[in-house]
Design a protein around this ligand. Structure first.
Ligand SMILES: [Mg+2]
Length: 148
């Protein structure tokens, strides 16, 4: 499923108090600089249910902090190392058993989640739409993106 198909009401009902999300290919296609309308709407639904949100990404500081702004975030997280997930749980004051990690990669995201003792849900990679693909192909000539 896509991240936006996860129902915040059901998370709250299952005692999930925070969602920690991978960024690239989970919430957005590679290189997106700001949340899509789809993402903003879903963030708002989480908020309405009292479910916290944080981003834990292996990408670099500039990429992650530009996207996240006031969303709590960790960059260069070194997943599958669980350290950044555990640090974020402490920072938000939420026990790992009340956290759900969502990500597109088993090798990094799922392993990190398992090691941190948080739940894990694999989501379908977000594939860029035609507009994004065109924009990226143009921008790629000028910028080098960090993958994560
Ligand atoms: Mg990813």
């Amino acid at each position: 499923m896509r991240f936006s198909e996860i129902a915040p009401e059901q998370l709250a009902a299952r005692d999930i108090r925070a969602v920690f999300a991978d960024l690239d290919n989970t919430l957005e296609p590679y290189g997106a600089r700001e949340p899509s309308g789809e993402a903003l709407l879903w963030f708002e639904r989480l908020r309405a249910e009292g479910v916290a949100l944080a981003v834990v990404s292996n990408a670099g500081r500039k990429r992650v902090s530009t996207y996240c702004r006031d969303i709590p975030h960790a960059y260069k997280a070194r997943k599958p190392n669980p350290g950044a997930i555990l640090d974020m749980a402490r920072r938000l004051g939420i026990e790992p058993r009340h956290v759900l990690f969502i990500g597109d990669q088993l090798r990094t995201d799922m392993r990190a989640a398992r090691r941190a003792g948080v739940g894990f849900l694999r989501v379908d990679p977000v594939s860029p739409n035609l507009f994004h693909r065109l924009r990226y192909s143009i921008e790629k000539r000028f910028f080098t993106y960090e993958a994560g």
